[in-house]
Write a protein that binds this ligand. Sequence first.
Ligand code: BES
Ligand code: MN
Ligand code: ZN
Length: 477
Amino acid sequence: MDFKLGKGGEVKIILVFKGTESIEEVDELYQYLKNKGLFKGNAGEVYANVTNTDKALLLGLGEEDKLTLDSLRKAFFNAGKELAKLKIESVDIEVPELKNICYLDGIQAIAEGLLQSEYSFEKYLSKKKVILSIKEVNLNVIDGKREQSIEAIEEVKNIIDGVFLARDLVNEPAMTMTPKTLANNAKKELEKLGVKVEIYGREKIEDLGMKAFLAVSQGSSQEPQLIVMDYKGNPESIEKLALVGKGLTFDSGGYCLKPANGMETMFSDMAGAASVIGAMKAIAKSKVKKNVVAIVAACENLISGAAYKPGDIIESMSGKTIEVLNTDAEGRLTLADALWYAVKNLNASKVVDIATLTGACIIALGNVNTGAVTNNEEFMKNIKKASHITGEPIWELPNNDEYRELIKGTFADLKNTGGRGAGAITAGLFLEEFVDNTPWIHLDIAGTSYLSKKQGYLPKGATGIPVKTLYYLAKEF
Ligand code: BES
Ligand code: MN
Ligand code: ZN
């Protein structure tokens, strides 16, 4: 899909708010549809008239006062899908000034919606669904915004590249997306953009003393991989944001084995890792002027004669000891060492971890909000602002001291589960033990990174959440 400034497309997309009296260019059609109740201008409603000579697609935006960036994205996603179905190759869009939305944000939302409509994961289908997507989008922008519009579109293309990369990595089954494949993909995608990518195998991980990470990995014949991706967009500054992604390329639960239906999609337990790789791609492509480092401790959680067991007492890189009550609470063990490495070895000034950490988070928030835990409310405000722009909602969970009691160990410093109640919170607070007061946010994406059915412009399967939010957080704060 190419974006250009100007006109000349086959079909014109006409934006219609609910309650619009008349539309000059296609009024006869509009009045007819309105009177018959065939087109009301509801948010996301599409009516394509492409058979005659004045080809037009009416796109409903709902009530003008209620328009948001996300409803704009959804509307243009629907338009993109419809146009692809009709095999339309080029379109014209006149981008108006919209109430409550800054011009460039609006352009980005329009472009994003169209780009989102192009995603599919078809590499394993023997018969591809041949749906052609729009080749050319002509944007007619207001005077004085041409240059900035071009930049804004370039940026949104880079962000969506990152989102699609994250989706592709997650949708790939565990048989091919092993820790080594994940590492190789990070290298392949990021090195060409000037990101330094280092990959460490078992020996180096042992030297570093990442015993919690190693314990999780020891039941698998796939070698664990520590992936460190370093982007320096502002070499003068000592500020450095660390993005730490959970990278379980498969989670069987270990000896606390998951039931079959709980294991079905556990190839997606590396969605946190995929999101940090995707975010790094977007950040490096757009040459964000900040320093960002991404860390992934990638491994599989399986059973074998060598696997770790309930009751084991393991050490972590930090020196804190952990009782393993449940081998299925493995993500926090890998992240404990990855977070410690980020704050101690890499001197991160702020850190965000992104993890498909708990089923409890899905029970609490479903598939709509990402759950969050923090030790720094200012930092949390910033990520919430970013998520508001991107349409990837985040809901902060409480962190009272009483919850911290639940993860204190009996025979070791900590235990790896805090019981059934408040499972998403205790999991987050377990991680807090390994950031040593560095401003930190934990994002639990168990419910939002992978969907069993499509939701707006998010497809069934991997969503790429929260690549967009991580990008804005890195760029703006
Ligand atoms: N990867 C899972 C969490 C998960 C569940 C992600 C469903 C996506 C969909 C995680 O490793 C896990 O198994 N968590 C346990 C923790 C419990 C044993 C304390 C859970 O949520 O049941
Ligand atoms: Mn698990
Ligand atoms: Zn897991």
